[in-house]
Each structure stands twice: as structure tokens, then as C-alpha cells.
Design a protein around this ligand. Structure first.
Ligand code: FE
Length: 290
């Protein structure tokens, strides 16, 4: 057994995306700040409607998955094939863009708080051109468990092992085998988990700081920074003197070249040019089979 340590810290920076939505971006600030297969991680958090009201009007995607997790707030997702999905507090939309979608992500509130995350997960070459698909996970379909060591976790993807008790999240069987847990630890509580040795692991504390590594030689990971773990078979993290809330993300790396142009993520330059041409010619999106 080898315990993973904190290998790299990617502090989030303030950016603006969509029609002017204010975000904090950690992964994906630049090509060097990806952690295969994770391409990007954004946190949006604001009480000020000016920061989110413009939303994300119609835009395309091809070649990867977007996972939007709403802690607080209400967004409506609509695509150009007529798919609509409500994203409410505690819910997740897991969207496989595959060959292509053109969608909008717009706030359904004019005041109040919005807080959530969008994660981009790459797809292997053989899946980049598969038909687009959606999973709209309503809050009640995401298990929330009290952890034996204190605190609680919501299990969105993969299986959480709490001292031998296994809790399956609704997203299973994807080729990158992602784990997506939202964990809350009260002051002093520890959380450990076996994760296959070759999988990439990240933690993103969004409230409080997280201590990473065994108690004797833990390193602090500050709130709103993505912490990349070294390879190993186990993670061991803890809250310090304050409560911590964090996302724990793990997945199997794909190990293929990445060519990215904004919302298109492919393997080669030619495939990117094809995506742009398809978008311009109106053939990015496959018509539904009737
Ligand atoms: Fe989008």
C-alpha cells in the first residue's frame, strides 16, 4: 500500500466565460494544467446576479463530457435537438457531447445565490464521435451517506468505500471509470479511500482547507485550489481545525494526444478543423434517429 501525497497545486483564478459569467478556473487555465483525463474545472459562486445572469447562450461541444453539479441555484439546459433539462440545487447533469451538441445553459433565477461546478472529462478517440447523450441526475438519485469517521459524502460517480460499506453513485461503467464524490468533513475528521494505482486523483476544497497525506506528514491544500495527488494506491485526507468541503475526483488516464480549440477536444489538428467545418456547415450535430 502506498499513500498518495500532494504533488501539484493549481490555485483557481478569476475568469469570465459564456456571456460574461464570473468563474474560478483551476484545471484548464492552460494546456499545461490538465490532469488526464480531466480537462477543466470551474467553480461558479455568487450572490450577485450580475455575475451569472447572462448565462451561457447557445454554443457547441465535441469530443468530451461536461459534468455540471449545482450546489445551489437553478439553471435550464436546452439543446438544438429539443432536449431540455432542469438543473436544481443538489442535482447533476452529466452530458456526453460525443460527436456534437449545441446547447445553452441559462440561469432560471433573477436573484439569490448560485454555486456549482463544471468539470470537463475527456473521451478516448474511439468514443469522441459517438452520439450525444445526457443524464440529468435529480438530487434524490444521488446517495448521501454519513461517513463512519465523521462527516458525509454525496456519491455522484463511481463507488465509495466507507470502511467496507460500498455506496454506488448513479454514474457507473464509463470508460474512464470516474469517481466524483462531494465530501464534508468536520474539524479533525479523516477520510481514506483506496483508488487504483494508475488513476489520476484530484481534490478541490471549496470550503476550508484540506490536509493531504498521512497525519505525520500532511500538506495543506487551500480552499479553491485543485490539488493533484501523486500516484499510489490510497488517499488519506483530513480536515484541520475547521470543517472542510471538497470534491474528490479520480479517473483512469486516457494517454492520447489532445488537440483543443475552445469547446472542441479531439486528438489531431485535422479533427479540430473538421469540427469547425462541421459547425459552420450545420453538421456538427447528428439528427436524431426517428
Ligand atoms: Fe456548454
Amino acid at each position: 500500500m502506498s499513500t498518495r501525497t500532494l504533488q501539484q497545486v493549481i490555485p483557481s483564478i478569476a475568469v469570465s466565460d459564456g456571456a460574461g459569467v464570473k468563474l474560478r478556473r483551476s484545471l484548464g487555465q492552460s494546456p499545461a494544467q490538465r490532469v488526464d483525463p480531466f480537462l477543466m474545472l470551474d467553480e461558479f459562486s455568487s450572490d450577485d446576479p450580475n455575475d451569472y445572469i447572462a448565462g451561457f447562450p447557445a454554443h457547441p461541444h465535441r469530443g468530451f463530457e461536461t459534468v455540471t453539479y449545482m450546489l445551489e441555484g437553478h439553471f435550464l439546459h436546452e439543446d438544438n435537438l429539443g432536449h431540455r433539462g432542469d438543473l436544481r440545487s443538489g442535482g447533476v447533469q452529466w452530458m456526453t457531447a460525443g460527436r456534437g451538441i449545441i446547447h445553452s445553459e441559462m440561469p432560471q433565477q433573477e436573484h439569490g445565490r448560485v454555486h456549482g461546478f463544471q468539470l470537463w472529462i475527456n473521451l478516448p478517440a474511439r468514443e469522441k464521435m459517438k452520439p450525444a447523450a445526457y443524464r440529468d441526475l435529480q438530487p434524490e438519485t444521488i446517495p448521501q451517506v454519513e461517513l463512519a469517521g465523521g462527516g458525509s459524502a454525496r456519491v455522484i460517480a463511481g463507488t465509495l468505500d466507507d470502511g467496507g460499506r460500498r455506496i454506488d453513485g448513479p454514474m457507473q461503467g464509463l470508460s474512464t471509470a470516474p469517481r466524483y464524490f462531494d465530501v464534508r468533513l468536520p474539524a479533525g475528521a479523516r477520510f481514506a479511500q483506496d483508488i487504483p494505482a494508475g488513476h489520476a486523483v484530484l481534490a478541490y476544497p471549496y470550503v476550508g482547507n484540506l490536509l493531504v497525506g498521512p497525519a505525520a506528514d500532511a500538506r495543506p491544500l487551500r480552499a479553491r485550489s485543485a490539488g493533484v495527488f501523486s500516484f499510489g494506491t490510497r488517499i488519506d485526507v483530513a480536515a484541520g481545525e475547521q470543517e472542510v468541503r471538497f470534491l474528490l475526483l479520480a479517473a483512469q488516464p486516457i494517454g492520447e494526444p489532445i488537440a483543443q480549440y475552445g469547446p472542441f477536444v479531439m486528438n489531431t489538428r485535422e479533427e479540430i478543423e473538421q469540427a469547425i467545418a462541421d459547425y459552420q456547415h450545420g453538421t456538427l450535430v447528428e439528427a436524431p434517429v426517428r
